[in-house]
Ligand binder design. Structure first.
Ligand SMILES: C[S@@+](CC[C@H](N)C(=O)[O-])C[C@H]1O[C@@H](n2cnc3c(N)ncnc32)[C@H](O)[C@@H]1O
Length: 392
């Protein structure tokens, strides 16, 4: 279906209040400076002509909506539609949405993030330009408030599937939750202009919704019940069971986003349900520093030989040029295969003693080869603090 030219914007409309730039956004973040009040805030990435923004703002006057649109022409158009309706609970930021997430939005500040029909960037070499990439998803998870939602709709099945897969790998968002399609009651009864176009041409729309799960807490510290003495507790009682895990074939870039986005310092590496190693932020730094330090010249042949060896025994003089391959390195290149484990019934005092004896910061709780949870030195410190001072 052909794209219709944009209608002319009424020149008498004063857009100032509805059209912002990146530099107009408050730093540090303070949405009251934009909307003049404190309310639940939702953002839309890639607002286009603004159908969603206008309808959502009109239907939910108790919420605020910030649209983000990189094209000046569309940002102005959407802002003009808001201005025409006098909708003071919405505005459009003309600029790169990903930059706003990276540089402005603090943790847990958004009730919902809407991404409808993002540009598909079909060619393989252009796919890295897609907005739903691992870095942005880490920011999505970080900026959503507890129970906040990510809405993602597209007409591109491959983008849909690969994004769902990426969300599963690099975030702990819960989903995909089912989203029903509603029959349109009138000509503009669609979520966005692209949904309208797609459905009117009889093509399918793929819809998904994800929820941020509540933040992790220390098992007993967050419970309000009185805590039994530490001497009676076992690993199962204090382990974190909502495990963030990595896979050996995952890229180090994905791993970095996973660890940062999930606010954890390390993750067990699991291959087909079996624990095969452990990887931490310090392992990442170790590999990155090694790669950056070794940039002398080296032949492709030597590099490939070392790669075949799994980078297990790096000989610095032979590893020049390694840095060029940083983007190709995988979790298996950085992980440690020796993992301290314990059974769920191990007394906490014994777990702590093992950590001290072996100088490790975390122990994976396993049943056979299967990881059930993780206990870190911080979990034990939190228990001791609680026993001393009571629940916080
Ligand atoms: C295919 S259109 C979809 C528009 C609208 N969501 C809809 O469904 O009708 C994608 C929009 O995202 C905008 N866009 C792409 N990358 C962006 C970015 N990094 N930040 C803000 N907007 C972006 C494009 O300019 C374009 O208007």
């Amino acid at each position: 279906m052909a794209r219709r030219a944009l209608r002319k914007i009424d020149p008498s409309l004063e857009l100032g209040r509805w059209l912002r730039t990146f530099d107009d956004l408050p730093a540090p973040w303070q949405p009251e400076a934009i909307f003049g009040r404190q309310a639940r805030l939702e953002v839309e990435v890639g607002t286009g002509k603004g159908l969603f923004l206008v309808a959502a703002a009109a239907n939910a006057p108790d919420r605020d909506f910030l649209g983000m649109e990189v094209s000046n022409k569309y940002a102005r158009y959407a802002a003009a539609r808001l201005a025409k309706r006098g909708l003071t609970n919405a505005c459009v930021m003309h600029g790169d949405a990903l930059r706003v997430f990276r540089e402005r939005l603090p943790d847990a500040c958004l009730a919902a993030i809407h991404v409808y029909f993002p540009d598909p960037w079909w060619k393989a070499r252009h796919k890295k330009r897609r907005v739903l990439n691992a870095g942005f998803l880490a920011d999505v998870e970080r900026t959503l408030s507890p129970d906040g939602r990510l809405h993602f709709w597209t007409d591109v099945q491959e983008y849909f599937r690969s994004t769902l897969d990426l969300i599963k790998r690099v975030t702990r968002l819960e989903g995909p939750l089912e989203v029903a399609e509603h029959p349109a009651q009138h000509d503009l009864d669609y979520r966005t202009h692209f949904e309208r176009r797609t459905r009117l041409s009889g093509e399918p729309v793929y819809r998904a919704e994800f929820a941020r799960t509540r933040p992790m807490g220390y098992a007993f510290v967050t419970k309000e019940t009185s805590m039994p003495p530490i001497s009676s507790l076992v690993a199962r009682d204090i382990m974190r069971s909502n495990l963030v895990t990595a896979t050996p074939g995952q890229s180090l870039a994905d791993l970095r986003h996973l660890l940062i986005g999930s606010h954890v310092s390390g993750a067990p590496v699991v291959d087909r349900g079996k624990l095969v190693g452990i990887v931490s932020r310090s392992d990442l730094v170790r590999v990155e520093e090694l790669v950056e330090a070794l940039d002398a010249e080296v032949s492709e042949e030597v590099w490939l030989e070392n790669q075949a060896d799994g980078f297990k025994h790096p000989a610095p003089q032979e590893f020049g040029g390694f840095h060029r391959r940083l983007s190709e390195l995988k979790v298996k290149d950085a992980m440690r295969e020796q993992v301290m484990t314990c059974s769920p019934d191990t007394p906490v005092a014994e777990v702590a003693a093992e950590m001290v004896r072996h100088h490790v910061h975390r122990i994976v709780v396993v049943e056979g080869d299967h990881p059930l949870g993780i206990v870190s030195t911080l979990d034990i410190a939190a228990l001791v603090a609680q026993e001393q001072n009571g629940p916080r």
